[in-house]
Structure formats: structure tokens, C-alpha cells
Design a protein around this ligand. Sequence first.
Ligand code: APR
Length: 237
Amino acid sequence: MLAQWLRESTHTVVFTGAGMSTESGLPDFRSARTGLWNKVDPTRLASIDALERNREEFLTFYQKRLQSVQDYKPHAGHELLAKWEKMGLVQAIITQNVDGFHHQAGSENVIELHGTLRTVHCHKCGRSYPSRVFAEGNHTCECSGFLRPSVVLFGEMLPYGAVEQAEVETGKADLFIVLGSSLTVSPANFFPVEAKENGAKLVIVNMEETDYDDMADLVIHDRKIGEVLQEVDEELN
Ligand code: APR
């Protein structure tokens, strides 16, 4: 069914969460046993408060996160999405992920709602540096401000340009496919709802249940995203 909908749709938007990258080796946040937030309290680490008042723990946490996105790479599922974009079957990817794997796999129209671990920027003057600078232990900008990963921390606004672009793509979508997100974080979880309200078909591929399953036209649980995408690709060829 999903292969047929992909063929028939004129504007397909794929919306990904951390479950898209677990098969690359990166843990997600809320999976029952392995999610990152089961071990640490995100507000203690991934927040503006942590940046300003708990800097040592903040630095340690983000050094590890930066290292992990260097150590791992996109998997076949990321590559299939890039292939489908080139075939004209996928028009945009809206991602909550900060690992940069969609870009690395070759997808071009990627909207990073929660920023990226690929760069760091000065918390005072905004100047941007490659994250390698931070990974090598340089945490101070030339203006003497503090360098921090260019990810959206809890308590921060989402990048305006990304939200605006995501709204445009969602408004045009006639097929909206969620891959690997618990859909628990707003305002990101607003987009599947808006797509559905605009009359798009909503598909949710997620190992565990989400609060939005009832509004979806197709729900696939208990299946790995990589396998599902592989099967759809075989049907498309
Ligand atoms: N195949 C299918 N589903 C999977 C797979 C997989 N291989 N691996 C994990 N999942 C599912 C999990 O069951 C889980 O419900 O992906 C979902 C990931 O949900 P979260 O860990 O909550 O990640 P996400 O929805 O992206 O979190 C949103 O929260 O902490 C913030 O900024 C962070 O962007 C993140 C946001």
C-alpha cells in the first residue's frame, strides 16, 4: 500500500525522528530500554539552564554526542530516502534529528527542525564553527563567548527558517510519512497533525505506539524502519 501511495502522491513529505538513526547505532531518546532520556534527565543536560549553570556536565554530554555522530553513519534506509527523492517520489524530509545523516546519505531538501551537531556556534556573538573545533576541546569563541552545539536545547526556540520551510512543505503534502518518532515533543509533533488536517494521507512507521496512531491512515508498529523501507523499495522496482 505504501509503495502505491508513494507512486500516486504528488507531494510526499517524510518526517523523521531518532528512530530513523538507531539502525545506524545511535540510541534514541525514549525507547523503553535503550532511550537516552531513560538514563539522564534531558533538562539537566540538553537545556539552556545546563549550558549556563551545569557547563562541565553539558560539555561532557555533548562531546560524547559529537563523537558518536562522527563514529556512525547513515544506514540503507537513509540512502533509500535519498534515492526516492532523486526519483521524484519524496519532495522533502523534515527531521528532528541532529546527526546530519540525511544530508550525508544524499538527500537534498532536508529541514533540520532541531538544528545540527555538525556545527557549533558562539552563545554570545553567534559565529559558527565546524563541530570538530569543539570536539578538539576548543570551547571559546574569538569574542571570548562560549561555543555550544548548534542544536535546539530545551528552553530554546526552533530555528525560524526551518519552521517556516516545514510549514510550506507540510501545507503542500498529500502524503506525510512519520518514521521513528514518539511524536511527544512540540512544536515538531504539530506537523503530522497539520498535514492530516490539510487532507494528506498520514503514515506512521514506529516500533512503539504513538498518541497520533488513531488519526493515521496507515500505522506500522513492531517493524524496523530499515526493513519497511527495503520492502517498499522492492515493490517500487
Ligand atoms: N524502527 C522503527 N521505530 C524505531 C526504531 C526502528 N529501528 N528505533 C526506534 N524506534 C522508535 C521508538 O519506538 C520511539 O518511539 O522511534 C521512536 C523514537 O522516539 P524518541 O526517542 O522520542 O525520539 P524523537 O521522537 O525523535 O524525539 C523528539 O526529543 O529529546 C528531544 O530533541 C530531541 O529531537 C528529539 C525530540
